[in-house]
Ligand binder design. Structure first.
Ligand SMILES: [Zn+2]
Length: 523
């Protein structure tokens, strides 16, 4: 019954075990549900809250930017774009603001309305590429307030932490982060008024009605409309559009993905991407507290399904969400992550963050941000080889016997390697004993002529899945200034985990000063 429902509307919440779903429906759809034999209860409180008039905007909220009336934590589309422009002005060597296409309204109005499909690109431009990349789209469903703001906060934290936080620093030095903060800006402007708008605003469909538009997350060209996971009814919330990638927003995302990532998967549905495939694509939605991965169009496991599951369970370790293949909810086709994985072989995920579309700012600040920032940071760390890295242990609690010392003084590095950090709420991820750990000074393992120094187990043996390890490092010859130590661990199956870093500072040498006294000779 849930699958039947999802062919004409989007279930907001699915409780398969308890036998009910939560939907947002019109009066006509309510009648239809009863005709179809559903027992229906109306949530009067939720209905009242949704019908409550909003304060009239614009309002100035977070960071001094325009925010959604009544939600001072969520920047409007314009407020988000102003923020991105200010970030690029403040961090010109670390960021760029790139036009990736037009929204439907911009395309239709020839530039006189609507929005550019902008991407905030973060990387240290002084270090040349090619670099592996993370691409994130957010709020492609307009009413999902939190995703765009979460990703804006992620960008702000990476840039402000650059130079002081070792992990933020090496991520921006060696990786690229591409954030399409608003993947449906036209629709978002309507949702900012309090409308529960989901689709884009294309008025070729369900012409000019309050049900117009295409569901962009059913419009992607991979397996578009294949499998009963979307609707052909133009007025449906899950209308797939008139053709595969018919919408300009979809085209912008697809073209961006294809420009950014190599095609690493064969044309057959059963062709896997290689184990060392590069790139991560996240599409951030709300809501449901879920981490989902392809396939969405079929119950069959994707050819890289096991590795997708491993990384998904890793993300879910950080945010505490429930991880499973997308079809566990219901069949969907023409979706973002099926395209990212299916077309290019990129490790692609949907996060469903939080507990409502118009999430309260209290919940956003106190729960959504702290839950999801570590998952996003982990995604940014693993983009080089996501299918391999996720299986390996994390390097944690890095410390040095002295953070600042003079060259030639030995320094002791300690770290904890942990192979157990998975969310096992849906099945359990295998773990192995730690087998090795190593540290690189300034040149990471992917750099030119990297040199690995081993860490030794503190208790004498690497024989458990969590191990403390240590190394005494010779600092002879290190130049004065900041150095980066890159640490990673390996498990007994040979999986190297994600790198964590710590800074080591070498003091400038003491200057020997000779003093010459001036001598005045009188004639
Ligand atoms: Zn969504």
């Amino acid at each position: 019954m849930v699958h039947d429902l999802s062919t004409w509307t989007e279930p907001w919440e699915v409780y398969s075990d308890l036998g009910f779903v939560v939907l947002g429906v019109s009066g006509a759809e309510l009648d239809l549900l009863q005709v179809l034999g559903f027992r229906v209860e109306i949530d009067e409180e939720a209905t009242r809250l949704l019908a409550e008039p909003r304060p009239i905007g614009p309002q100035i909220g977070y960071g001094g930017y325009p925010t959604i009336p009544g939600f001072a934590c969520y920047r409007t589309v314009e407020g988000t774009f102003m923020t991105a422009e200010d970030l690029v002005a403040a961090y010109p060597t670390l960021s760029a603001w790139v036009d990736a296409g037009d929204s439907w309204e911009m395309e239709t109005a020839g530039g006189a309305a609507g929005f550019d499909m902008m991407v905030l690109v973060l990387t240290n431009q002084a270090i040349p590429g090619p670099k592996p990349a993370l691409f994130v789209t957010s709020s492609i469903h307009a009413r999902e307030y939190a995703p765009a703001e979460l990703m804006t906060r992620f960008a702000e934290s990476l840039l402000t932490d650059y130079g002081s936080d070792p992990d933020a620093t090496w991520i921006l030095d060696h990786h690229e982060i591409h954030l399409m903060l608003h993947a449906n800006p036209d629709g978002r402007k309507w949702a900012e008024t309090g409308m529960l708008w989901r689709k884009n605003t294309d008025n070729d469909y369900c012409t000019n009605s309050s049900l117009r538009g295409a569901d962009l997350n059913r419009n992607f060209s991979f397996q578009w409309g294949c499998c009963g996971g979307s609707s052909a009814n133009q007025c449906s919330e899950v209308y797939r559009g008139s053709a595969a990638a018919s919408e300009p927003e979809t085209q912008a995302v697809q073209e961006y993905l294809r420009d950014l990532f190599p095609d690493q998967r064969g044309p057959g549905l059963n062709d896997p991407a290689p184990a060392d495939a590069t790139g991560v694509y996240l599409d951030i939605h709300s809501y449901g507290d879920l981490v989902l991965w392809p396939w969405g169009f079929t119950f069959t496991q994707a050819p890289n399904g096991s590795a997708l599951q491993t990384l998904g369970r890793k993300f879910a370790f950080f945010n505490g969400y429930t991880p499973f293949q997308a079809t566990n909810l219901y069949i969907t086709d023409g979706t973002t992550d099926d395209f990212g994985y299916g077309d290019l072989g990129v490790a692609a995920y949907t996060f469903e963050i939080g507990t409502s579309f118009f999430q309260s700012c209290t919940y956003f600040n106190n729960t959504l941000i702290p839950d999801n920032m570590p998952a996003l940071l982990y995604a940014a760390k693993t983009v080089r080889t996501p299918y391999l890295t996720a299986a390996g242990p994390d390097a944690l609690d890095l410390s040095l016997s002295s953070a600042t010392l003079s060259a030639g003084t030995p320094v002791t590095l300690t770290a904890t390697l942990n192979d157990m950090r998975f969310n096992n709420s849906e099945g359990s991820e295998p773990v192995q004993d730690i087998a090795a750990a190593e540290v690189y000074i300034d040149v990471p393992y992917w750099g030119t002529s990297p040199v690995a120094y081993p860490l030794a187990p503190e208790d004498g043996n690497f024989d458990t899945a969590v191990e403390d390890a240590t190394a005494v490092l010779d600092t002879t010859g290190l130049a004065a200034g900041r150095h980066t130590l890159f640490v990673r661990g390996q498990d007994a199956n040979g999986n190297w985990g994600a790198v964590s870093a710590i800074f080591l500072w070498i003091e400038p040498p003491e200057l020997e000063v000779e003093i010459f006294l001036p001598v005045v000779i009188r004639e």
